[in-house]
Design a protein around this ligand. Structure first.
Ligand SMILES: CC(C)(COP(=O)(O)OP(=O)(O)OC[C@H]1O[C@@H](n2cnc3c(N)ncnc32)[C@H](O)[C@@H]1OP(=O)(O)O)[C@@H](O)C(=O)NCCC(=O)NCCS
Length: 157
């Protein structure tokens, strides 16, 4: 399925692309409240306010999808800024999913990393169950058959 896009005025930051639904894809960080609102909307675990502040401050690239001044999607890249990167927290509110927004977020973040122009940069992603095919669209491949990735949680709540 393809999605049609048109111009739209940014709220802030750099507009990457936008849609006929008046959704802007903007290079900017969300507020803590915006971030946690999108986290909750997709059913992910919540975080401490201070933790989100630190996480956003240490984020290399961040993109927000904005509709009528509301953040409806977010994606982040963290890493060392030259060799190793992690694509994380790609989230689109359920009310706005399957409209191409997640694709625009990931494309914008991949473009930002690619634009650094160092050779042999690697970006990893740990796909949620069922979302592997979503990331394969952008050229992510499983680095090995098992395990695809490993995660440890700390201070679970
Ligand atoms: C994964 C997610 C970000 C995708 O956002 P989205 O805006 O719905 O994605 P798009 O509309 O750009 O989807 C593009 C294509 O990817 C595929 N796709 C979308 N979500 C998918 C999913 N969860 N699993 C597998 N494929 C998916 C679809 O085939 C879609 O193509 P279509 O429009 O032809 O149907 C969104 O479903 C989401 O926020 N999920 C909850 C949070 C999450 O799991 N994030 C991933 C963290 S690793």
């Amino acid at each position: 399925m393809t999605h049609a896009y048109a111009r739209f005025t940014p709220l802030s930051g750099k507009v990457v692309s936008c849609s006929t639904m008046a959704i802007a894809i903007v290079h900017r960080k969300p507020s803590v409240a915006e971030f946690e609102s999108v986290v909750a909307s997709v059913g992910f675990r919540g975080h401490d306010y201070a933790a989100v502040e630190i996480a956003l401050a240490n984020t290399l690239f961040c993109v927000c999808a904005i509709e009528e001044q509301q953040v409806v999607g977010i994606g982040r890249v963290v890493g060392d800024g030259a060799i190793s990167f992690l694509l994380t927290g790609v989230m689109v509110r359920p009310s706005h999913q399957r409209r191409g927004i997640g694709t625009l977020i990931v494309q914008a973040l991949c473009n930002a990393v690619e634009g650094l122009r160092y050779k042999n940069m690697m970006m990893e992603v740990v796909p949620q169950p069922g979302s592997r095919s979503f990331y394969e669209r952008f050229g992510f491949t499983a680095s090995r058959s098992e395990p695809l990735g490993m995660v440890r949680w700390f201070n679970e709540a």
